[in-house]
Design a protein around this ligand. Structure first.
Ligand SMILES: C[S@@+](CC[C@H](N)C(=O)[O-])C[C@H]1O[C@@H](n2cnc3c(N)ncnc32)[C@H](O)[C@@H]1O
Length: 132
């Protein structure tokens, strides 16, 4: 994989948090899923979007994945601190997803595809996990 341009520093974690908060009303005005549904969040990073999704959809289960284990640890710690129980975190590569076809009702993917070497293949991989 090509080196991820933003890296994983504390400054980058702050940037992701600020970015998600500032853009929340634009990005999440329609992030409302039907109760009981399942959502794959691909490339969750430190959980900056996860916390917004989880709060707005208490009866929806999110499976939030990232390729970077340290980011996942930060995300899990934040979701735990906030007291949400509707998110599972898992280390996974979008190009090699460990999920069966037809696993999820929805996919949420934000600020990720533009960093990938082959976004088209990434979308095909994600689509395979969506229920038809
Ligand atoms: C710019 S961050 C965005 C994080 C989060 N979606 C947000 O909006 O705050 C991009 C994330 O994509 C993850 N990522 C990059 N390539 C990936 C891959 N092949 N599979 C899973 N995650 C990947 C990175 O580790 C990073 O956490």
């Amino acid at each position: 994989m090509k080196k991820y341009i933003h890296g994983y520093s504390e400054t980058e974690a702050d940037r992701l948090g600020d970015q998600a908060s500032i853009l929340a009303s634009h990005l999440h005005y329609d992030s409302h899923f039907q109760p009981g549904s399942t959502v794959l969040e691909a490339g969750c990073g430190i959980g900056a979007q996860t916390r917004i999704l989880a709060a707005a959809n208490p009866d929806v289960h999110f499976t939030s994945i990232d390729i970077d284990d340290q980011s996942l640890k930060k995300a899990a710690s934040e979701i735990d601190r906030l007291g949400f129980s509707n998110v599972s975190f898992q280390q996974a590569d979008i190009f090699n997803l460990p999920f069966l076809p037809n696993s999820f009702d929805h996919i949420f993917c934000c600020f990720v595809l533009e960093h990938l070497p082959d976004p088209h293949t990434a979308l095909q991989s994600l689509k395979r996990t969506l229920k038809h």
